[in-house]
Design a protein around this ligand. Structure first.
Ligand code: BDR
Ligand code: CA
Length: 323
C-alpha cells in the first residue's frame, strides 16, 4: 500500500502534538505539510510547539505554514487551562532550530493540494483545530479547495460538548469557519468526515503504556510519555486520550471507526448553543419533508463509534518505534 498523502492543520496543543507524532512517523502516512492556526494557544506558541514536535521526530523536511492568528469574527480565546501555559504540557523543551516556511499557510495549502492533484494523488487534509485556515482557503483559493481529496476533521459532536454546554472547542472557537468549510465541501463535492467528541475520548493511553515508553527512552518516546503524563496529572484519570491523534489513526485503521453519512449544520446564532454541530439523525420521511429548514446541504461521515484500544495501541507502537 502506498503511503497516504496528508496535510495536518493544527493548534498544537498536547493532543495535536500526539497527532503530529503519528503523522510524522507512521510509514503508512506521507506528511506533506503542516499549517498552524491560533486555538489552544496563541499562534506564536502553536508555531513553536509544532516545529518542536517535528524537530523531535526528525522531520525538518516537512514545511510548516503560519496561518490565522484569530477567528473570522470573534476575538480569540485559548485553552491553556487544558494544555499548559506554553500550550504543550510545559515540558521545558529547548526552542526549535527549525523555522516556518516562507509561504503563508494559505499558499502552502494551495501549493500542496495542487501538486498532489497534478500528480493524480488524493490528498487528505486533516484539520485538528478551529477551521479558520480552511475557510479562508475556500474563499481565497476555491479552485485549490475543490481539488482536496478528502477532509477528516476533529470537531463538533453529536451528543458531547466541552467548551460550552452545547459546543466543542474547535467549532466554538470559529463557528463561521466550520460552517463555510462544510458548505464548501458540499459545493465542491469534497468528502468530509467528522471525528467529534463522541469518539475523541475513546483512545486512551494507560500509565502502564507510559512507563513502557519511558523504557524506550528515545527523544520521541520521552516527548510522547510527557504529553500523556501531563493529561494524566491534569485530569487524574487512569488513561489519557490521545485526542486529535485519533483522527489521524482512523486514516490508517479505517475499520476501527463506524460512521454514518448524515446532514450537519453549525449553529451560528443560538444564545446558548452557538457553535453546536446540529447532526440530523431523523429517519422518518414525514418529518424530513415537512421541516421548514430543509435538509442541510453538507452530508458528513460522522464518527459514532471507535475501537479506542486499537487506535491507542497504533499510536503507542508508532511513537515507541515499533512500526
Ligand atoms: C479539541 O480542542 C482542543 O483542545 C484539542 O486540541 C482538540 O482539537 C477538542 O475539543
Ligand atoms: Ca487541536
Amino acid at each position: 500500500m502506498p503511503a497516504i498523502p496528508v496535510v495536518l492543520d493544527v493548534d498544537t496543543g498536547v493532543d495535536d502534538a500526539c497527532a503530529l507524532l503519528l503523522a510524522a512517523l507512521h510509514p503508512g502516512l506521507d506528511l506533506r505539510a503542516v499549517t498552524c492556526v491560533g486555538g489552544n494557544a496563541p499562534l506564536a506558541d502553536v508555531v513553536r510547539n509544532t516545529l518542536t514536535v517535528l524537530e523531535t521526530a526528525g522531520r525538518g523536511d516537512v514545511p510548516v505554514g503560519v496561518g490565522a492568528a484569530r477567528p473570522l469574527l470573534e476575538d480569540p480565546v485559548d485553552a491553556r487551562h487544558v494544555h499548559g501555559s506554553d500550550g504543550m504540557a510545559d515540558l521545558g523543551m529547548a526552542p526549535p532550530t527549525l523555522v516556518p516556511d516562507a509561504r503563508s499557510a494559505l499558499d502552502l495549502l494551495r501549493d500542496t493540494i495542487e501538486a498532489a492533484a497534478e500528480a493524480g494523488e488524493s490528498l487528505t487534509v486533516v484539520p485538528l483545530a478551529p477551521m479558520t485556515n480552511l475557510a479562508l482557503l475556500a474563499r481565497v483559493h476555491p479552485a485549490a479547495f475543490s481539488r482536496i481529496g478528502r477532509i477528516v476533521f476533529m470537531g463538533g459532536g453529536v451528543e458531547i460538548s466541552n467548551a460550552t454546554a452545547a459546543a466543542e472547542f474547535n467549532v466554538f472557537h470559529d463557528p463561521e469557519a466550520t460552517a463555510m468549510v462544510l458548505d464548501a465541501c458540499a459545493e465542491h463535492e469534497v468528502p468530509v468526515t467528522m471525528y467529534g467528541l463522541d469518539v475523541f475520548y475513546e483512545p486512551l493511553v494507560t500509565d502502564v503504556q507510559v512507563a513502557a515508553l519511558l523504557e524506550v527512552d528515545t527523544p520521541v518516546a520521552r516527548l510522547a510519555a510527557g504529553l500523556i503524563s501531563f493529561h494524566h496529572r491534569r485530569f487524574a484519570n487512569a488513561g489519557a486520550t490521545i485526542g486529535d491523534a485519533g483522527a489521524v489513526g482512523i486514516l490508517l485503521e479505517p475499520d476501527a471507526v463506524r460512521t454514518e453519512r448524515l446532514p450537519v449544520r453549525v449553529e451560528l446564532t443560538g444564545t446558548w448553543t452557538r457553535g453546536r454541530t446540529v447532526v440530523d439523525r431523523r429517519d422518518w420521511s414525514g418529518h424530513l419533508a415537512h421541516d421548514p429548514h430543509g435538509l442541510a446541504p453538507a452530508m458528513v461521515d460522522v464518527a459514532l463509534e471507535v475501537d479506542g484500544p486499537r487506535i491507542a495501541d497504533l499510536w503507542v507502537r508508532t511513537v515507541g518505534g515499533q512500526v
